[in-house]
Design a protein around this ligand. Structure first.
Ligand code: S3P
Length: 445
């Protein structure tokens, strides 16, 4: 067993969550601010940058391609001296992106014709995640990329300065912001127009930020669900400062924890509430949660608010499928809420959960069964009958969101819960244990 795998969390039962906290910066926006800032003209400052291993992997990748990046300092301030669209240099080694799917998928598009060859690699989990979903469209555009027969990393990208990308109109086979972003970022370097048609709304940070950096882009709603996003290659990005809101995906653990623990009353400050990310609020409210928003404002093109959650009894629901992409990272936490709700909760249309940092359907079902919950996994979701958590030892399978979700389960458990393989909590929420302790969760590592 490696040192990494040996980190376990132990969560003692009971307690409740109170106080006011600010969870770390948004992971998706942190990645994108490094990418666009590096390619922009001028110097920009990021505040509230997430100092987790995933976004730091993106930062290190651009540093190793010759971009001067200062920080992050203790407050998450980063200064980037942009090199322009064509200023990146060949890195001396492979770009090791660790556990970060967002880094690998977005960089596959962005780095596909930089005029130098490079290799994108990652850890064991990232090396088993599907990459053909991004290599397929970029190869259609003219990129030359080699990968293994399973369609997984490492990805070898060949660009000798002679190959050119051509714009395409690409219909996403699944609702994925990573694939959408990959194609749009490749489109910045393509001849003519690149369009992406998405089957359902997914997080739109790439679109918002490109516009914030002065890059023209058109978004057309085709119907209730589908949109077409188009841009023309050959433009430039103008440096612009970014204030990263707190990550609603990190806030989600506290939203669920407070909803299941009697006596809880917690406020989460300055959380991003972009409507393409608020499925967690909509779903919990439909289950009966008491959630109120205040101090709503817009910061750098993204809406933010303070979110107050007070304990309220929850009931099971059939989760509306249109909420699935809007809460795609929150289902480990939502499963914990469902296990504490009265009645049955049914999740469908969520097969994408099987190819996240772990198979999140299997990981949650296995852990909840160990803890005495009557539940089962289906091809594209889960059926969870509300009950009470007993004590036991579960495995996070190295997945940060599984680990933090089971830590919250202890608030409503009869005995302590031990969670194995928790080192990857550092990918998205490095101060989770101390921040959660400060609100009343009896967790230690
Ligand atoms: C992300 C998109 C989502 C999400 C991931 C971050 C992004 O993935 O699960 O954590 O920053 O674009 P998919 O695009 O695969 O849905």
């Amino acid at each position: 067993m490696s040192y990494e795998q040996s980190i376990s969390f132990i969560a003692q039962p009971g307690g409740c969550l109170t106080g006011q906290i600010r969870v770390p910066g948004d992971k998706s926006i942190s990645h994108r601010s490094i990418m666009l800032g590096s390619l922009s003209e001028g110097t920009m400052t990021i505040s509230g940058f997430l100092q987790g291993e995933d976004s730091l992997a993106t930062l290190k990748a651009f540093r190793s391609m010759g971009v001067e990046i200062n920080g992050p300092d203790d407050n998450g301030k980063v200064i980037i001296h942009g090199v322009g669209m064509h200023g990146l240099k060949k890195p001396e080694t492979d770009l090791d992106l660790g556990n970060s799917g967002t880094s690998m998928r977005l960089l596959t598009g962005l780095l596909s014709v930089q005029g130098f060859d490079l290799t994108l690699s990652g850890d064991h989990s990232l090396s088993s995640r599907p990459m053909k979903r991004v290599t397929d469209p970029v190869i259609q555009m003219g990129a030359v990329i080699e990968f293994n027969e399973k369609g997984t990393a490492p990805l070898n990208i060949y660009s000798d300065g002679n190959n050119q990308l051509k714009g395409i109109a690409y219909t996403l086979p699944m609702a994925s912001a990573q694939v959408k972003s990959c194609v749009l970022l490749a489109g910045l370097y393509a001849q003519g127009e690149t369009c992406v048609i998405e089957p359902a709304p997914t997080r739109d940070h790439t679109e918002r930020m490109l516009q914030g950096f002065g890059y023209p882009l058109q978004v057309n709603r085709l119907d209730e669900q589908r949109s077409k996003i188009c841009l023309k290659g050959g433009g430039k990005l103008i440096a612009c400062d970014i204030d990263v809101p707190s990550d609603i995906s990190s806030a989600a653990f506290f939203m669920v924890g407070a909803s299941i623990a009697e006596g809880s009353d917690i406020t989460l400050n300055h959380v991003g509430i972009n409507p393409t990310r608020t499925g967690i609020i909509n779903i919990l409210r439909e289950m009966g949660a008491d959630i109120t928003l205040s101090d709503e404002k817009e910061v750098g093109g993204e809406p933010v608010a303070d979110i107050r959650i007070r304990y309220a009894p929850l009931h099971g629901i059939h989760i509306p499928e249109d909420q699935v992409p809007l809460a795609i990272d929150e289902f480990p936490a939502i499963s914990i809420a469902a296990a504490c709700a009265s009645g049955q909760t049914v999740l469908t249309g969520a097969e994408e959960l099987r190819v996240k940092e772990s198979d999140r359907i299997q990981a949650m079902i296995d852990g909840m069964k160990i803890l005495g919950i009557d539940c089962e996994g289906t091809k594209d979701g889960m059926i969870i009958n509300g009950g009470e958590f007993s004590s036991g030892t579960v495995n996070s399978l190295g997945d940060h969101r599984i680990a933090m979700s089971f830590a919250m389960a202890a608030l409503n458990a009869k005995g302590s819960i031990t969670i194995k393989d928790c080192a990857n909590v550092n990918t998205s929420f490095p101060n989770f244990v101390s921040l959660a302790q400060s609100t009343g969760l009896k967790v230690s590592s």
